[in-house]
Ligand binder design. Sequence first.
Ligand SMILES: Nc1nc2c(ncn2[C@@H]2O[C@H](COP(=O)(O)OP(=O)(O)O)[C@@H](O)[C@H]2O)c(=O)[nH]1
Ligand SMILES: [Mg+2]
Length: 552
Amino acid sequence: MTSLLEAAKALLKRGSDDVGPRLAGLEAATNAARGRLDDALVDDAAAVVERAAGRLKLSADHTVVAIAGATGSGKSSMFNALVGLDIAAVGVRRPTTSWASACVWGSDGADEVLDWLEIPHRHRVVRDSMLDGARADRKLEGVVLLDLPDHDSTEVSHHLEVDRLVRLADLMIWVLDPQKYADAAIHDRYLAPFASHRNVIVLVLNHIDTVPESRRDAMLADIHRLLDQDGLTGVPVFAVSARDGTGIAELKREVTGRVAAKHAARTRMVADLRAAAERLEAASGQSDAQALPRGRVATLESAFAEAAGVPTVVAAVTESTRVRANRATGWPVTSWLSRLRPDPLRRLHLDLGAAGKHLTGRSRTSVPEATQVERARVDTEVRALADEASAGMSRAWANAVRRASTSRLDDLGDRLDAALGRTDLGVARIPVWAGAVRLLQWLLVLTAIGGGVWLVVLAVMGYLQVPQPDTPRWQGWPVPTLMLLGGVAAGLLLALVCRLLVRLTARSRGRTAHARLTGAISEVARELVIDPVEAELAAYRDLRAGLDRALK
Ligand SMILES: Nc1nc2c(ncn2[C@@H]2O[C@H](COP(=O)(O)OP(=O)(O)O)[C@@H](O)[C@H]2O)c(=O)[nH]1
Ligand SMILES: [Mg+2]
């Protein structure tokens, strides 16, 4: 039960608090909508994303406050004064490490932030764990206070660390001391370069207890003058003593003010994100993306196949196989007659194979181009597919789907023709059995001719009254007569039987060619229509997922 409650709480918290996922969601949705929804709308959402991302810096739930300054200016003392405990070592240079110390008020998600800032565990303090909740300063909830390494340290890594943290900070407290506040090196090297960050900088003149009251105003005026020269006009300056506590309350108020401003900005940011996401949703529709229905794809492919002339080619394959195999297996004496008829595949320029096409230099087959009716059917099927795929989407998105579905249809004719031309129809050779039959047929013809010649010789010898040798007999029949009649009869019979086989073979080759052609045509359909439509559906899915995250 408890774990269930915990889970529910965690969910609720996510639902109301996490700006990061909302921002990421809106960004994904914006990218997906680019080019598909109205440009002005998408630009608007992108601007919200950019603004929010810039404002977020590190974490919307934390306000990062960094204390920077020269060695001995009192950073560590200031850190301790703000924390209210002696945590940072005072009066110590840190030559051995370049790491900042950190204190976090409220522990929610603090570790993540500190990990991100790469603050080692031993330098972390969580304020709530040291005091009971009632005493902890509620207004400082979410503050991450960093005691930066000395900026005037000679080690390069220290500079890198300072630069990195300063860029991430929501507020930078720059500590000066009365001795060195006018030091040109500090102003030129450290303050002036941060002019563009001036709305996140406050200046602290520490050690104010060591300055006689009478001189304090003049010193502050001098600092303001120097800041003007640095391009840091308007940056607040606090006169503080970390030792006796002068001005610490004001400084704390400044910090809590920044925290409140950040909370307000965050609330406004969430509202902006939601509003932009809602506008995108209104323009794109709320339904889930559909998968492309298989049936639709199949009818589209069959429309493509018809437009490409697949039935014509398949018929030609069947017919051509029939003609060629019949010619091979038919009775040789009559089968030459069939040569007078042109081969149907040759008519379509489809039997040449790649090498032949190269030789003839033809780039197109002569399969007739799609008729208007066939072409119209393709268009209808494409539209039906786009309509079905975009069901439930807004009109704008449905238009994007439809645009995509027709975007590549211009070269449909050429692409289909090329697919036909490339396909191996499997008709280059006559079947092996037909070759064997052809051999047999010729043997039979030779037998018949042999018998015929023999008979003619006998007849001539009879006519010339030349004494004839005994003609061999078989079952009472003279062998030459048997050879002539048997050869002719067997040839004719064989041809007849083969016609049946040829018809079966032709049909099977037709089926093979049909399968191969449909395969090639499916590829064209996928590339020209299905893929572009699916890209739109994928973008819609991305958009929906992004909006769900942004609006959850
Ligand atoms: N009189 C006086 N001494 C201070 C003040 N703040 C810091 N110090 C001293 O200045 C020295 C350096 O302070 P520290 O906080 O270590 O400076 P850091 O090097 O910038 O971290 C220490 O001896 C502190 O006690 C202050 O406001 N007044
Ligand atoms: Mg220090």
